[in-house]
Design a protein around this ligand. Structure first.
Ligand SMILES: [Zn+2]
Ligand SMILES: [Zn+2]
Length: 442
C-alpha cells in the first residue's frame, strides 16, 4: 500500500503516531511527514516523542549518552565541576535540529563499527557483525559515547607544539582535575565499563601499529577516541589520524599533558572511592560481556590454544602480511617474480583487501600436499596460517599469471629452491621457478 493510500484510510491518530515511531531513520520519518497530511498533522502534535522514538531506533538505549555528546556546549566550561555536570545525559523527549540528527546518525555509525570490532576481537571471532547481547551492547555503547565525549572535551589536537611547550604545571594540573571530574560523574560499575572499552581501544592502536613504543604514545592515540580507532582498524595503520595528533607521537618528552590520559583520572577515582583498582592485565571483555564465545578454542591444525586470537574467515585481516615475504624459499629473491607478485596481490594496506587476498588462497583449485583438508570455516593459529599462505603463495601466483595469458617457460630442475634465480637474471627469465624441485638445490 502506498503512503498516500494509507493516509486516505480512516486511521486514528494514535495509529499514525505509532507507525511514525517505527521509522528506522530520520530520512524515512521526513518522507512520511511530507507525503501525507495525516502524518504531518499528527507529527506536529507530538514532535518530541516521535523524534525521540526514531532517535532511539538509531542509537538504542544509549540515547541519553549520545545526545549529551552532540549537545555539549563548545567551548566547555573551565571549572572542573561545571565541566562534569554541564548538559547532563538527557532522558526526556526533545526536538532535534537537523544538525543534531545528522551528528546522531554519524556517531551511531562509528559506535556500530566499533562494536563490530569489539565483538570480533573480544566476544566471538567468527562474525564480523556484533554478536553482543542487548545488555552487553548497551553497556558497550554507553561507555563508547562517554569516551567520545571525554575525547571531545580533551582533544589531542587542541594545542599547537608551541602552545604545548608553554603549558605550565599549573595548567596541566588543572586539565587533569577536569578529566578526573568528568569521569567521576559516573557510578563505579559504569566507570569499569569505560575502563574496559578504553583498554579495547588501546588494543586496536597497538595491534594495527604492530606495537606501540611508549605508554605516552598510546595516551596520545587514545585521545583520537572511537572514531580514530575505527579508522585505524579499517586502514590497518594510524596514518589516517589527524596530522597534529600524529605529530605529537615521539614528540617533546617534556610535554606530559597526555601522560595518563585515562589512567590518571581512573587512579584518582579508585583512590578517592577507596576501590581496589582493576588489574591492568584484565581482558577488555571484563565488565562489559557476560559471556565470551570460543575463549578456549584451539588451532584446527596444531591444537595450540588460541581462543579469540585464532584466525578464521571473519578475522583473517588481523594477519599482518608483507606480500612478497610469502613467496616460498628462494622465490622471494627472484626479481622477475617479486614485482608480478606484489602487483597481483595489489594494495593490501586495508582490512577489506587483505581479507579478500587471504580468501583467494582458500579458493584455489590446487592445494599443496598436506593442506587438502584446510577450510575457510576452521580456525588456525597465526604460525599455522602463515605456513599455509607461504605454501600456497607461489601456486596462487602461478595460477594468477596463467589466468592473464602467461605461458610458463620450461621448469627449472631446482624449482623454488633454485639459487641461480636469485643472482642470474637471464636464468630467472628463461626458466619457470614456480614449480616443485625435481633435483636437489644448487
Ligand atoms: Zn596451529
Ligand atoms: Zn633455476
Amino acid at each position: 500500500m502506498t503512503m498516500r493510500g494509507l493516509s486516505a484510510l480512516p486511521l486514528d491518530d494514535d495509529l499514525l503516531d505509532r507507525v511514525m515511531t517505527f521509522c528506522p531513520t530520520f530520512g524515512t520519518l521526513g518522507a512520511m511527514v511530507l507525503a501525507s497530511k495525516g502524518f504531518h498533522r499528527v507529527f506536529q502534535t507530538h514532535p518530541k516523542s516521535i523524534m525521540r522514538a526514531v532517535a532511539y531506533n538509531i542509537v538504542g538505549p544509549a540515547l541519553p549518552q549520545a545526545l549529551r555528546l552532540i549537545r555539549y556546549p563548545h567551548p566547555p566550561p573551565e571549572d572542573p565541576i561545571d565541566m562534569a555536570t554541564t548538559c547532563p545525559e538527557d532522558h526526556e523527549p526533545s526536538v532535534m535540529t537537523d544538525d543534531e540528527k545528522k551528528l546522531l546518525q554519524e556517531n551511531a555509525e562509528v559506535v556500530q563499527k566499533l562494536e563490530n570490532i569489539y565483538s570480533l576481537t573480544t566476544k566471538d571471532r567468527t562474525s564480523k557483525t556484533s554478536l553482543l547481547t542487548s545488555e552487553e551492547s548497551w553497556r558497550f555503547r554507553r561507555a563508547s559515547y562517554r569516551i567520545m565525549l571525554y575525547c571531545k572535551l580533551f582533544p589531542g589536537n587542541i594545542y599547537s607544539f608551541d602552545e604545548l611547550e608553554d603549558l605550565d604545571d599549573v595548567q596541566i594540573a588543572k586539565i587533569r582535575r577536569q578529566r578526573t571530574a568528568v569521569l567521576n560523574e559516573y557510578p563505579t560499575d559504569e566507570l569499569l565499563e569505560i575502563f574496559s572499552v578504553v583498554k579495547f581501544i588501546g588494543g586496536i592502536f597497538v595491534e594495527v601499529n604492530g606495537g606501540i613504543d611508549s605508554s605516552d604514545d598510546l595516551d596520545v592515540l587514545l585521545s583520537a577516541g572511537p572514531a580514530g580507532a575505527v579508522s585505524c582498524w579499517e586502514d590497518r595503520d594510524a596514518s589516517g589520524l589527524d596530522e597534529d595528533l600524529l605529530n605529537l607521537l615521539d614528540g617533546d618528552e617534556n610535554n606530559n599533558l597526555f601522560t595518563g590520559y585515562f589512567s590518571l583520572p581512573f587512579q584518582n577515582i579508585w583512590a578517592t572511592r577507596n576501590i581496589k583498582p582493576p588489574k591492568e592485565d584484565e581482558p577488555a571483555s571484563k565488565y562489559v560481556l557476560d559471556q565470551v564465545n570460543g575463549a578456549n578454542d584451539t588451532c584446527s591444525h596444531c591444537a595450540t590454544p588460541g581462543g579469540l586470537a585464532l584466525l578464521t574467515q571473519a578475522n583473517w585481516d588481523r594477519q599482518q602480511i608483507f606480500s612478497t615475504q610469502l613467496l616460498k624459499a628462494k622465490l622471494k629473491s627472484n626479481q622477475t617474480l617479486t614485482f608480478p607478485f606484489a602487483q597481483a596481490a595489489g594494495n593490501l594496506s586495508d582490512a577489506e583487501s587483505l581479507g579478500c587476498f587471504i580468501a583467494g588462497f582458500f579458493a584455489m583449485s590446487r592445494r599443496a600436499p598436506g593442506f587438502e583438508d584446510w577450510e575457510v570455516g576452521q580456525s588456525y593459529c597465526q604460525p599455522c596460517l602463515t605456513k599455509y599462505l607461504e605454501e600456497h603463495a607461489w601456486i596462487w601466483l602461478l595460477e594468477e599469471r596463467v589466468k592473464t595469458g602467461w605461458v610458463p617457460p620450461e621448469d627449472c630442475w631446482y624449482g623454488y629452491n633454485c639459487n641461480t634465480q636469485t643472482h642470474k637474471l637471464a636464468h630467472a627469465q628463461q626458466k619457470n621457478h614456480l614449480c616443485v624441485p625435481t633435483r636437489g638445490s644448487v
